[in-house]
Write a protein that binds this ligand. Structure first.
Ligand SMILES: [Zn+2]
Length: 327
C-alpha cells in the first residue's frame, strides 16, 4: 500500500476524472481503457518481469524503495498501459490527437523492473504499439521533470524510436546526461537536454526551438508521443523548476505543430508525474485547450532574464549530437 504522504496518490486520479468529465460535458469523446495484453506488454517488458507483477496481484508490496502496490495495482497498471494503447490506436486510425489520463506513471519502468512509482512503461508500450500499427518512425518527447531512464534504455539501440527528454539534472534517477545519445544503430536517436534546477519557460523555449523541434522535423516521425509529466511546474513539491501552466501549453503547442507538419497530426500524450494537484489540474486543462483549439498557439511566457540554463543545455546537446543532426 502506498504509505501516507506518498506523492503518487489517489487524488491525482480524481483530478484526471474531472478533466475527462469536463471534456465529455463539452461534447468531447472519452474512450474507456482496456487491459494491455501479455503480448503487448511483452513487446517492451521481459516475460519474467511480467510474471513477477502477475504474482503480486491481490497483494500490497514494495517493488522498489519508491514504488508500492495495493491489491489492485497489477490490474490498474495493465489498464493504464491499455489506455495509452487505446490513444495510439485512435490517432493511428483517425489522425489527430489524444490524451491518455493514466496512473501509475511509466517512464522510469525498465524492461525488467519497476522503479520510481512506475510498473509498466506506458509510453514505451505506446511506441511499440504505434510501430506494430504501421508507424515507421515514432518520436517520444518527455517533458516530465525527471529523466525517463526506462524509456531511454528500452529504445537506446533502436533508430526507429527517437527519445527526447527535458529534465532537471543532476536529479533522480541520475541518468540523462547530454552525452547519452543512444547505442549501436540507435546512436543519435536519444536526445537529452539536462537542465539545471530553476529553469523557466524561457529556458525550455530555447531547448525546444533550438534543439527539439529541429531534430523532430529532421527525424520526420509518423507518430509523436509525449510523456506528459507536470512536475516541472513551479508549484510542484518534487521538481525544482519554475514552469508556469502557460509553458506546458506552449511545449504542447510546439509538438502539435510538429505532428501536423510531419505525422498527419498524429499526437498522443500519456500522463506521467505532476504532484501539486492544482498545478496538475490547470496544466492538464491548458494541454486539453491546446489540443482542442482550431489552431495551436505558441504563447511562450514573455522573455525575462537571459535563459542561461536553456542555453547551456542546448549547447551541450548540440555538440553531443553534431554528427547526427543539423543544429
Ligand atoms: Zn516525474
Amino acid at each position: 500500500m502506498t504509505p501516507p504522504g506518498h506523492p503518487e496518490r489517489l487524488e491525482r486520479a480524481e483530478v484526471m476524472d474531472v478533466i475527462a468529465a469536463n471534456w465529455r460535458a463539452g461534447g468531447g469523446e472519452v474512450l474507456p481503457p482496456r487491459p494491455a495484453t501479455d503480448d503487448e506488454l511483452g513487446r517492451v517488458h521481459d516475460r519474467g518481469y511480467l510474471g513477477r507483477i502477475a504474482d503480486i496481484a491481490g497483494r500490497a508490496v514494495a517493488l522498489d524503495p519508491d514504488t508500492y502496490t495495493s491489491p489492485e495495482s497489477a490490474e490498474i497498471a495493465r489498464l493504464a498501459a491499455g489506455a495509452a494503447l487505446v490513444a495510439v490506436e485512435r490517432v493511428m486510425s483517425a489522425g489527430g490527437s489524444a490524451l491518455a489520463l493514466v496512473r501509475p506513471p511509466g517512464h522510469h519502468a525498465e524492461r525488467d523492473r519497476a522503479m520510481g512509482f512506475c510498473i509498466y512503461n506506458n509510453v514505451a508500450l505506446s511506441a511499440a504499439h504505434g510501430r506494430a500499427l504501421g508507424a515507421r518512425r515514432v518520436a517520444i518527447v518527455d517533458y516530465d521533470v525527471h529523466h525517463g531512464n526506462g524509456t531511454q534504455h528500452i529504445f537506446e539501440s533502436d533508430a526507429s524510436v527517437l527519445y527526447v527528454s527535458t529534465h532537471q539534472f543532476p536529479y533522480y534517477p541520475g541518468t540523462g546526461a547530454a552525452d547519452e545519445i543512444g547505442k549501436r544503430e540507435g546512436e543519435g536517436f536519444t536526445v537529452n537536454l539536462p537542465l539545471d534546477a530553476g529553469a523557466t519557460g524561457d529556458d525550455y523555449r530555447v531547448v525546444f526551438q533550438e534543439v527539439i523541434v529541429p531534430v523532430l522535423k529532421q527525424f520526420k516521425p509518423d507518430l509523436v508521443l509525449v510523456s506528459a509529466g507536470f512536475d516541472a511546474h513551479e508549484r510542484d513539491p518534487l521538481g525544482g523548476m519554475r514552469l508556469t501552466t502557460d509553458a506546458f501549453a506552449a511545449m504542447t503547442g510546439e509538438l502539435r505543430l510538429v505532428a501536423e507538419e510531419c505525422s498527419n497530426g498524429r499526437l498522443a500524450l500519456v500522463t506521467e508525474g505532476g504532484y501539486d494537484l492544482g498545478a496538475f489540474a490547470s496544466s492538464l486543462e491548458a494541454v486539453v485547450d491546446v489540443l482542442a483549439a482550431p489552431r495551436p498557439s505558441l504563447n511562450w511566457p514573455s522573455p525575462g532574464a537571459e535563459p542561461a540554463r536553456g542555453r547551456a543545455a542546448a549547447d551541450l546537446t548540440k555538440s553531443a549530437l553534431a554528427p547526427f543532426w543539423r543544429l
